[in-house]
Design a protein around this ligand. Sequence first.
Ligand SMILES: Cc1ncc(C[n+]2csc(CCOP(=O)(O)OP(=O)(O)O)c2C)c(N)n1
Length: 635
Amino acid sequence: MSLLDRIEYPRDLRRLERQDLEQVVREVRERHIDVVAQKGGHFGASLGVAELTVALHYVYDTPRDQLIWDTGHQAYIHKILTGRNERLPTIRTRHGLAPFLRRDESEYDAFGAGHASTSISAAWGMAVGRDLNQQDFDVVAVIGDSAMGCGLAYEALNNAGHTDRDFVVVLNDNDMSIGPAVGALNKYLTGMITAPAYNKARKLVKEILHRTPSALGEVMEEVAGRLEESVMHMLTPGLIFEELGFRYVGPVDGHDIGQLVDTFNRVKDMKGPILVHAITQKGRGFAKAEDDPWTWHASGPFDKVTGKGTGGSSGLPRYQKVFGKGLIELADADSRIVGITAAMPDGTSTDMFQEAHPDRYFDVGIAEGHAVTFAAGLATQGVKPIVAIYSTFLQRAFDNIVHDVALQGLPVVFGMDRAGIAGEDGPTHHGTLDIVYMLSIPGMTVTAPKDGAEMLALLRLGTEQNEGPWSVRWPRDAVPSEVPHLSEIPDVEPHTWEILRNGGDLVYLATGTMVSTAEAAADELLAEGTRATVVNCRFLKPYDRAVFEEMVRSHAVVVTVEEGQVTNGFGAYMSREIDALELANRPRVVTLGIPDRFVEHGSRAELLEEIGLDAPSVASAARHALGHDTPVASG
Ligand SMILES: Cc1ncc(C[n+]2csc(CCOP(=O)(O)OP(=O)(O)O)c2C)c(N)n1
């Protein structure tokens, strides 16, 4: 029987002897590798924190002590040790374990996660709440070095430092984001630790201080120890945290389970805000991931021996790749174009652009708000920034878009990837709100292409105009048809819609991905003798006034379809515009979109069907509006 078989919850782990922990670490790593090899999922980060996870649950009395993991992509081993080992293979599948952390999934998930850099703020709130409630437990946040580069983390450190509240932050420093870690903090942390001068100095201090004859006894040993700690603080990366009012502990070897257990036991007895700096290696224990942690941040199913992917892929490229290639083509043609990403070079395919135009590529780290205001600054200088950020992460930058870009009428182009249902990554990653928030901003041009070629045409048009901000959204999906080279893609006339077919019984005003869905629904209806008009509403705002009026005046039923929140979305906007026409015969308006609730994780197809955005549901909504519902057979 393996040790892991005896561990269902951390209390079982805490019953083991210290010398057993190394074996536990080996077994949880093996389990994690097995499951991700079979099912796919986030990979390298959990391998890197295997020792940390075991040590934290061993030393701290979880769930009474609150453990807050930042982002949650590194929490597979935490899930293994907290009652979810058996269900781990269901992770990221519909009705299975959540991809990240959720308070309603386990009492061991002290705080929900999915977006980066929230852990210190949340943990600080918990520590203050604990003190207000006069309770007594430990609060420990674990944050990666890239997440530590986000402004939110510093707002929290700034708030928490120089207080006397007990509170621990563990900095998991693996020198990686999803791709290479960027920025000055990263250089500072790794520069200090890897500099030969630092290691030499550290050795020297140790030697000098401990050379004192042991005859002087334990007192001198202790004094020497303390002196060593103080001198080290001046030499280690701890200085920055010490200045912020944290007691710095480290750097500790994050793969030495004994050292980690000792450190956390010591930290448990210390008072005030403490920062433990653990050095780890992303992908640890799986050679291919150690060698190439970027590729192995997340993976589809793979062969454990060869590392080769075992999942299939469709023939057509993904939108993100079409964007990456198109961005290069746009920049080839216009030297003022630059590309910006916020720590998602491969997720947005801006890594392709980096290779082609390294001097015009900017990875700002996990700093979406900064990315947007930085782009605004560039735009004041006549540079043409294309900011590529996932729809869900751009939520963070709402005020930057409003205050720094739109209010100043600056021509910044926003490329929003993963717009709509993001599939297996679940509610933290679905891009359900961008239509709503972009529509609400005065002066923002809001567009949604029906395919890859139109996406590039809209991006090109965005970079050619000088009037103000411009947004283009695309899904986490393959494009529906081949995409030619940019030079062969016809121009799109500004603010125009495209009538794809004329029916007469009803009109679908469809946006983005929902254009092909509406066409499929129209095919279904046609087979029953119902003729639908389908309009590609690629400009959501400003919209095509002429076609809009023509459609609204000539159809008794208008069905809007969007892959975004239906509350305050495109349909709501159109409905209001229809009201404003004050027609004697106002058409019946049906608005289809993502319902007013958080949608769980699952495949895109499963979820679109669940929320009524698949072709049969879109057809049946029209049928219902026309009063053509087929009677349900009874009996
Ligand atoms: C606000 C936000 N932006 C971007 C991401 C995408 N993302 C997930 S993990 C990650 C890298 C995290 O790096 P680090 O914090 O160092 O943890 P590691 O993976 O190295 O353990 C990024 C950029 C996110 N989850 N949230």
